[in-house]
Design a protein around this ligand. Structure first.
Ligand code: HEC
Length: 247
C-alpha cells in the first residue's frame, strides 16, 4: 500500500510541477531559421559578448563556428575570443564552477546542448522575460523560469522591467497567478522590437549550437530530394518502356 502511494506521488508530482510552471504567461512563437547566416552571426556575437563569461559551450570550437557561420577566422580571433584561447580551442568559460556556485548558488550550466534540452520557444521567451525582483538574491527573476539564479545578462540592451501579475480563476475553479504585463522602468539601448529580434538571433544560434550538423544535413537534404525526384522519373520512364510490348 505504502509503495503504491509513493509510486502514485512520483507519477503525479512532476505533472503538478509542470502545470504550475508552464502557465504563468503565454509563450510567443518563434521560427528557427538555420539557413539565415546573418541571424546566426548576430546570435554568435551576442553569445560570446554576454553569455560566455559565465556559461561555456564546451563542445564547440571557435574555428568550427567560424566556418559553419561564414565568419572569417581573423574576425573571430580579434572580436570574439576574449580569453587567451586559440582559434582551434573549445569555447570554455574563464569562470570556474566553484566560484560560480559561491556567487549564484548554482553553477551556470554548459550551453552546448541547451538547444536540445529546451525547445526554441522556451529559450526565446526565457531570454525576454527577466524582471526586477528585490526579493531575489541577484535582484532579478524570470516569468518563464521562476526564481532562476541567473541575473539578467542583457538588461543593458532590453532595459529594466517590472512584472505585474494578476490572479485568474481557471475553468476548474483554481486560482492561479498569471503575468498581466511588463512595465519598462528604465529603457535599454534597444527598443523592445529590436531586442526581440536580437533574441530570435540568439535563440537561432543556441539551436545551431545544440546540433551543428543540422545545417549541413539541411543542405544535403535538398540534393537528396532532387536526386530522388529525378531517379523516380527515370525509373517510371523505364518501367513504361519495359511494359510497352506486354500490353
Ligand atoms: C552572470 C552569470 C551569467 C551570465 C552572464 C549568463 N548566465 Fe545563463 N545562467 C546563469 C546561472 C547561474 C544559471 C543557472 C540558473 C538556475 O539553475 O537557477 C543560468 C541558466 C541559464 C539557462 C537555463 C538553463 C536550464 O537549466 O535550462 C539558460 C538557457 C541560460 N542561462 C542562457 C544564458 C544566455 C543565452 C546568456 C547570455 C545572454 C546567459 N545565460 C548569461 C548565469 C549566467
Amino acid at each position: 500500500m505504502k509503495l503504491k502511494i509513493v509510486t502514485l506521488l512520483l507519477i503525479l508530482l512532476p505533472a503538478v510541477g509542470f502545470a504550475s510552471s508552464a502557465s504563468k504567461m503565454e509563450m510567443d512563437h518563434i521560427e528557427v531559421a538555420l539557413n539565415n547566416k546573418a541571424s546566426l552571426q548576430n546570435g554568435a556575437k551576442l553569445f560570446v559578448n554576454y553569455c560566455l563569461s559565465c556559461h561555456s559551450a564546451q563542445y564547440m570550437r571557435y574555428n568550427r563556428m567560424a566556418s559553419d557561420l561564414g565568419i572569417p577566422e581573423d574576425v573571430v580571433r580579434e572580436n570574439m575570443v576574449f580569453t587567451d584561447s586559440k582559434i582551434g580551442d573549445l569555447m570554455t568559460t574563464t569562470m570556474n564552477a566553484k566560484d560560480a556556485t559561491k556567487w549564484f548558488g548554482v553553477a551556470p550550466p554548459d550551453l552546448s546542448l541547451i538547444g536540445r534540452l529546451r525547445d526554441p520557444e522556451w529559450l526565446y521567451n526565457y531570454l525576454r522575460s527577466f524582471y526586477l525582483d528585490e526579493n531575489s538574491p541577484s535582484g532579478w527573476n524570470n516569468v518563464v523560469f521562476e526564481n532562476v539564479a541567473m541575473p539578467h545578462a542583457l538588461y543593458e540592451l532590453q532595459g529594466q522591467r517590472k512584472a505585474i501579475f494578476k490572479t485568474v480563476t481557471e475553468a476548474d475553479g483554481l486560482e492561479v497567478e498569471k503575468l498581466d504585463r511588463f512595465e519598462l522602468v528604465k529603457p535599454g539601448k534597444m527598443t523592445l522590437e529590436e531586442y526581440d529580434d536580437a533574441m530570435k538571433d540568439l535563440t537561432n544560434f543556441l539551436v545551431y549550437l545544440g546540433e551543428p550538423a543540422k545545417m549541413v544535413r539541411g543542405k544535403y537534404g535538398v540534393w537528396v530530394i532532387i536526386f530522388l525526384l529525378m531517379f523516380g522519373a527515370l525509373a517510371y520512364a523505364l518501367k513504361k518502356e519495359y511494359w510497352r510490348d506486354v500490353h
